[in-house]
Design a protein around this ligand. Structure first.
Ligand SMILES: Cc1ncc(COP(=O)(O)O)c(C=O)c1O
Length: 388
């Protein structure tokens, strides 16, 4: 009797297809402290691949806050927030985020991904309409699916198409939730929040903005895209992460007191999971304070972004994606070319990843600038890109 094929054989076939398409991904091992220069496989590399925009992940004050929280509470939070996982530092962090975001309240989750899943699935159900930007982060798209609502994507930042979808579908549904990234993570541009909010008011919709990459970076106090675009006072579901400019781990939702109270009772990814570790919460709390009291970090960041853009302007035939953030992307024709470009940059001591389908529709090199990059780091990157 010939052995029947294993029901797991398809996994190897699928992996082979991923290799053929040049979509295969691997981890890179960093063996040093987070910062603008990191050690990868024994080699010092200039780091343009990090979301640590303000350079806080390696900051001693965050480290100290985490160490003190561990000494006081231990490494784990031991239970869900509603059972045995709540510590004073969780409440302090939530209050600090709410004050900063100018909202009545906030709630912290174990990650930004779970904040989106939990909030979206709690706010919308089978009778509801969810409209999202086609370039939204995976957590927004999967949150929409999880909700069981009717989901439609609109073309990237296209409020004309958003209006059309609202005209077609809004009246057929009970509630409507519009989802958008604040800063688009793999492109670097910003959502047209005032226009989206105007449509939301006209068609009676809720709006959730995921400011994972704008928090700490955009706005006078770093409160994010809503602050930068003058929308802080408008009712809005603010989502974000503690893991990028805030240098820690975890996610949050900020908004009205009743929204947050509702999520504490209905967001499954908050109720049925272990609370954020005290160390991560304490480090994030230290970061929220630093971000507001050290605006010079943002000034350094934007100076470096401007310097890098100048370099780009001097390179013939270089195609970049439109960006209003520290995320700058070089457009490349295909996955193979993007991988080769990333490899060439690595040979010159620069760590900048190739981002390929299916993460994004077109291949690119994604460069993220940090406040702690020095002018000579930007120079070195500029020279390496010109040499490409
Ligand atoms: C736009 C966006 N939202 C949410 C997330 C998820 O956040 P976290 O890493 O905290 O899960 C990310 C990236 O990680 C992101 O880029």
């Amino acid at each position: 009797m010939t052995p029947s094929p294993s029901p797991y054989d398809w996994i190897d076939d699928s992996l082979a297809a991923i290799h053929r398409a040049r979509w295969y991904r691997q981890v890179r091992v960093i063996t040093s402290l987070a910062g603008p220069v990191v050690e990868i496989e024994g080699k010092a590399m200039l780091n343009f691949a990090s979301n640590d925009y303000l350079g806080l992940a390696g900051d001693e004050r965050l480290q100290q806050a985490a160490i003190e929280a561990i000494a006081r509470y231990g490494t784990g939070s031991t239970g869900s927030r509603l059972l045995s996982g709540h510590r004073p530092v969780h409440g302090d962090l939530e209050q600090a985020i709410a004050r900063w975001k100018q909202t009545e309240a906030a709630i912290v989750f174990s990650s930004g991904y779970s904040a989106n899943l939990g909030a979206i699935a709690a706010l919308a159900g089978a009778k509801d309409l969810i409209l999202g930007d086609e370039y939204n982060h995976s957590s927004l798209k999967n949150g929409a699916k999880l909700s069981g609502g009717s989901v439609f994507d609109y073309a990237h930042n296209d409020t004309t198409q958003l209006r059309l979808l609202l005209e077609q579908h809004r009246s057929l549904h009970r509630r409507c939730l519009i989802l958008t990234d604040g800063v688009f993570s793999m492109d670097g541009d910003i959502c047209p929040l005032p226009e989206i909010l105007a449509l939301a008011a006209e068609f009676s919709c809720m709006v959730l903005v995921d400011d994972a990459h704008g928090t700490g970076v955009l706005g006078a106090t770093g409160a994010g895209c809503a602050e930068q675009l003058g929308c802080s006072k408008v009712p809005l579901v603010h989502v974000g992460t503690l893991s990028k400019a805030l240098g820690s781990l975890g996610g949050y939702v900020a908004g009205s007191a009743s929204l947050i109270d509702f999520l504490r009772n209905r967001a499954a990814t908050w109720i049925y999971t272990t609370a954020l570790s005290p160390a991560a919460a304490a480090a994030a709390l230290a970061a929220v304070r630093i971000v507001q009291t050290e605006p010079e970090r943002r000034s350094c960041l934007w100076q470096s972004v401007a310097r890098l853009r100048q370099h780009f302007e001097g390179v013939k035939n270089l195609k970049t994606l439109p960006s209003e953030s520290p995320i700058l992307c070089l457009q490349l024709p295909d996955a193979e070319t993007a991988l080769l470009a990333s490899q060439r940059l690595a040979e010159r001591g620069i760590f900048a990843p190739a981002i390929r389908p299916p993460t994004v529709p077109t291949s690119r090199i994604r460069i993220s600038v940090m406040a702690t990059h020095q002018p000579e780091h930007i120079e070195q990157l500029g020279r390496a890109i010109a040499a490409l």
